[in-house]
Design a protein around this ligand. Structure first.
Ligand SMILES: Cc1ncc(COP(=O)(O)O)c(C=O)c1O
Length: 439
């Protein structure tokens, strides 16, 4: 680690100076606190990013597998999105009136994800927040059920974990508004009996879930689990929201379309407008009817679901172009092919070095984790984390021109990812494995 830190400092002098200047005016020396959560003694400031390449202020060029933690799953600044957004930038960005791009965009969301009616927000967090409110409103129930070690954005009800079988705050939860048990029930992913027990209370408005956990490594659903979740939520009158923000990596209609799920609602954000802030939430016709019935028109602008800039013309233009021309069926085919190549590359390193690690792929996303067995729950995935080793691997990769997603060893492929980029990662990992296993 000391050797890698020395290499890092030697190759990032300008980032160091900028960070010192930033500390004069920016809390933590960055515009958003989590930007400090990279390996190395200070954050790397970037100059330019295009496709799957990123150049930092010191001129270091990186192959980007982080892709803005999915915000840039399109590749950075994709031409069609840039062209459509540029046209819109020059002709009015936000007006409070709908723009025509919203119509084909809505129809495309419906075609891809199979839900009838759509609304737009500025982020996936907002899409989740608004969906939870709607579920509470239409069911008259006050609780939300989430899964241990889930992440759904900065949404109060979801910053929760399981502690001795009870809902507790996640470590680091900042200023929680009320005791979490008042708003939230938490169960382990893949624990069907736990879900049955918690839903039996009859007070859960919605289950908010990723169909596979992606924020604590990747935890895949056991065969039949999601079908049983669907059956049970229907039986209990609980609305099922599938958060596709990350699992969009599974194909043009996310995990939902790829696996024939039947949620009542879907939430999404991050890459749908190629990185221009946009979130979306969709619902079945039946759910839409319930929402319309409860809507108080005179107060629709101040009811807690909204945002002045939500649905703005720039977001609509960018999202339309991104879906129609960037994240196409062909693009996904290529991205998933690269995901498979990445997975096979990592598996070959694991096998050759005889590491007790696993690699798990979800469409064009892949993750390697410690432990000989693939975790089946958020807790098992969390237990397998080794913070110092994780930091070392991130820094090791960065020093060899490869940017991995911070917080865990996750890699995402975009339309610009080439086989040689994937192979460069495999080679760097093999080098790390050889050093780590040196007798
Ligand atoms: C599954 C999931 N949902 C929602 C969000 C929130 O996205 P945003 O921070 O863009 O609002 C995230 C962020 O990582 C996420 O992983």
């Amino acid at each position: 680690m000391s050797r890698e830190l020395e290499t890092f400092e030697g190759s990032h002098p300008r980032s160091k100076v900028i960070h010192e200047q930033a500390e004069e005016a920016l809390l933590y020396g960055v515009p958003m606190n989590w930007m400090t959560r990279w390996p190395g003694s200070f954050p790397v400031f970037f100059e330019e990013a295009k496709g799957n390449r990123l150049t930092d202020v010191d001129g270091n060029r990186l192959i980007d597998f982080c892709l803005g933690d999915t915000g840039a799953m399109t590749g950075h600044s994709p031409e069609p999105t840039v062209a459509a957004a540029s046209r819109r930038l020059a002709r009015g960005i936000t007006t409070m009136l709908p723009s025509e791009d919203a119509v084909p965009l809505g129809l495309e969301m419906k075609r891809r994800f199979g839900l009838d009616q759509w609304q737009f927000s500025l982020s996936a967090s907002d899409a989740n927040r608004f969906s939870i409110r709607l579920c509470r409103e239409v069911t008259g129930r006050d609780k939300v059920l989430v899964f241990n070690h889930c992440y759904h954005g900065s949404v109060d009800e979801t910053v929760a974990r399981l502690l001795d079988g009870e809902p507790a705050y996640r470590i680091g939860n900042i200023g929680p508004p009320v005791p979490i048990g008042q708003t939230t029930r938490v169960v382990e992913f893949n624990d069907f009996e736990g879900l049955e027990r918690e839903l039996a209370h009859g007070d859960v408005a919605c289950v908010l879930m990723e169909p596979a956990l992606t924020n604590i490594g990747i935890v895949l659903p056991e065969p039949g689990y999601l079908e049983r979740v669907r059956e049970l939520t229907r039986e209990q009158g609980t609305i099922l929201i599938i958060d596709e923000t990350h699992t969009f990596c599974c194909g043009p209609g996310g995990y939902t379309a790829a696996h024939g799920l039947e949620p009542d609602m879907i939430t999404i954000g991050k890459p749908i407008a190629g990185g221009i802030p946009t979130g979306a939430y969709g619902m079945t016709g039946e759910m839409a009817g319930r929402v319309l019935e409860k809507t108080v028109w005179e107060a629709a602008d101040v009811g807690g679901v909204g945002g002045t800039l939500a649905g703005n013309a720039l977001s609509m233009a960018a999202a339309r172009a991104t879906l129609e021309e960037v994240l196409t069926d062909d693009a996904f085919e290529h991205m998933i092919e690269m995901g498979i190549r990445f997975e096979l590359g990592v598996q070959s390193v694991i096998d050759d070095a005889d590491l007790a690690w696993t690699v798990t792929r979800l469409g064009c996303r892949a993750e390697y984790m410690l432990g000989a067995e693939r975790p089946k729950s958020g807790q098992a995935a969390s237990d397998a984390f080794d913070v110092p080793l994780d930091a070392l691997l991130h820094l090791y990769m960065l020093n060899r021109g490869i940017l991995m997603t911070p917080f865990h060893m996750m890699a995402l492929m975009c339309p610009d990812t080439r086989p040689e980029d994937v192979d460069a990662h495999t080679a760097a990992l093999a080098e790390a494995a050889a050093e780590l296993t040196e007798a």
